[in-house]
Structures are given as structure tokens and as C-alpha cells.
Write a protein that binds this ligand. Structure first.
Ligand code: HPA
Length: 276
């Protein structure tokens, strides 16, 4: 089964590189808040997930799935439109399979976005949070099982899961353009329930500033394979002690859509600015 996974990664990567002439070094997972970035990509190729061998197909409303290749500013990029969440029922090997394939294709930097509930009392709905670090509370670890040294080390270092250079660049972009950015620790949980007031309080007390249901598995696998990461959350609801309000998927989507132009702008500028 595990050996099979290596073969699947190679098979999928071979399929993709057979279709794409100029392979990018930079990838973006277009999570919530970044859908609009697609409109800024000068697209050269698109591959629907259902046409890519071994790729899972995403199920959640509002996440259609395809791999997009093209030019964004001065960089050639690969963008994943639609990601795989653990709560959809995929195991962690499947959730992180696209990141394994990215590595095999030569990707060296990964940008990710997500929607998250804010627990830091200084946060407001619509804020953008640079992810400086994370706490992994998923019940299954993507690296559990036999380690393949060709993919990465058995015990990977996670002291700089999110690139300090990219964080500094993002802050510069925001400051130069008068955009409010907050920063903090992202707590990754399995969902699909939003948090109870006690859970928000707990996640804040253990050091979290925002909580969401994605990103952590992909970043763990990216770091395992030596890919540099940058992540940003759009704060779509608040789980701040004393002011936990009801939240729904629709409200999350609405708040994320409102913050999308800001998030898109920063990511676009950051991707243009950083050195591959
Ligand atoms: N909790 C978990 N995931 C989320 C939230 C939240 O409050 N908001 C958006 N995604």
C-alpha cells in the first residue's frame, strides 16, 4: 500500500509533465479568499482533477477542482483550484497527495490560503492573517507510517514551517499599500463542526489566534519534502471569548468573498516580488 503510493505519485507527475511544457517552480493552493486570483493568471493549460490519474475529486460546494498553469506577474505558476479536506472523508495520504506530486514536478515554493475563525481579541471579521506558525490538532498525521527517505526525513524539523523571508516580504507589500495585516498561529482541526465557545477558548489558551479545517496537512507534507511555504487566512468569523456568534458556511463564504480583492492583491504582489 505504502510502496504503491510512491508509484502513484510518480505516475501522476509523469502524466502532468507529459501535458505541460514549461513546468513552474511555484504553486498556489487557491483556498477560500483566493478564488479571484484565477482571473489574474494568464492561463496556458488546465487539467480537471477528474482527468488526472490518481487525483481525488473534491466534493464540497464552492470548490470545483482543476490544476491551472500559467503566468502570474513575472512568475510561471501552478494553481490548485479546489483542495481536499480531511472532513470530506479522504485519508491524509489523499489530502496531501497533490503536494507530493508538486514536489515530484519540481515545485520549490507553495502559497496557501484558507478561511479561519479568529480567536485573538484584536482581530476583526475580514482581517487577513499571515500564518506565522501552526498547531496540528488533526487526529491523523500525514507522515504516519513507513518513511521513504527519497520523499523526506523520518523526523522533519518544523521550527520554520512558514518561511520568515516570505512573511517579511508580505508585510512589506501590505505596509507599502496601506493594507491592514494581522499575524498569528493557525490551529488546524478536522471539522466539519465549527467550534463550541469552550473549544474556541481552549484553542486560544493553547496559543492559537485562528482556527480552520485545512492547510496544516499540506504544509506538513510540503515541509517534509523541503518545499518553502507561505500561508494566509481570511478571518471570516470570531470565536473570541464572550463574543462567540453563530456561524454558517454561507457567512464564511460571504466574509471571504468580501476580503478576496485584498487577499488576491497581496498574494499577487508577493508572488511577483519573491525570489524563486
Ligand atoms: N472554525 C473552523 N473553521 C473555520 C472557521 C471557524 O470558526 N471559520 C472558517 N473556517
Amino acid at each position: 500500500m505504502e510502496k504503491e503510493m510512491l508509484d502513484l505519485i510518480k505516475q501522476t507527475a509523469a502524466f502532468i509533465s507529459g501535458k505541460i511544457k514549461d513546468m513552474p517552480k511555484t504553486a498556489i493552493i487557491l483556498g477560500t479568499g483566493l478564488g479571484e486570483l484565477v482571473n489574474h493568471i494568464d492561463i496556458t493549460d488546465e487539467l480537471a482533477y477528474e482527468d488526472i490519474p490518481n487525483f481525488p475529486v473534491s466534493t464540497v460546494e464552492g470548490h470545483s477542482g482543476k490544476l491551472i498553469f500559467g503566468q502570474l506577474g513575472n512568475k510561471r505558476i501552478m494553481a490548485m483550484k479546489g483542495r481536499f479536506h480531511f472532513y470530506e472523508g479522504y485519508n491524509m495520504q489523499l489530502v496531501t497527495f497533490p503536494v507530493r506530486v508538486m514536489k515530484e514536478l519540481g515545485i520549490t515554493t507553495l502559497f496557501v490560503s484558507n478561511a479561519a475563525g479568529g480567536m485573538n481579541p484584536d482581530f476583526k471579521i475580514g482581517d487577513l492573517m499571515i500564518i506565522t506558525d501552526h498547531i496540528n490538532l488533526f487526529p491523523e498525521h500525514p507522515l504516519r507510517g513507513k518513511n521513504f527517505d527519497e520523499l523526506g526525513p523520518r523526523f522533519p524539523d518544523m521550527s520554520e514551517a512558514y518561511s520568515p523571508e516570505l512573511i517579511a516580504d508580505a508585510k512589506k507589500v501590505a505596509a507599502e499599500n496601506g493594507i491592514r495585516l494581522v499575524e498569528g498561529v493557525y490551529v488546524g482541526t478536522q471539522g466539519p463542526t465549527f467550534e463550541t465557545p469552550a473549544e474556541y477558548r481552549y484553542f486560544h489558551r493553547i496559543g492559537g489566534d485562528a482556527v480552520g479545517m485545512s492547510t496544516v496537512p499540506e504544509v506538513i507534507v510540503a515541509r517534509h519534502s523541503g518545499i518553502r511555504c507561505f500561508g494566509m487566512s481570511v478571518i471570516t468569523d470570531l470565536g473570541v471569548e464572550g463574543i462567540v456568534e453563530k456561524v454558517s458556511h454561507e457567512e464564511v463564504q460571504k466574509a471571504a468573498a468580501a476580503a478576496e480583492p485584498k487577499m488576491t492583491f497581496i498574494m499577487k504582489e508577493l508572488i511577483n516580488k519573491f525570489e524563486e
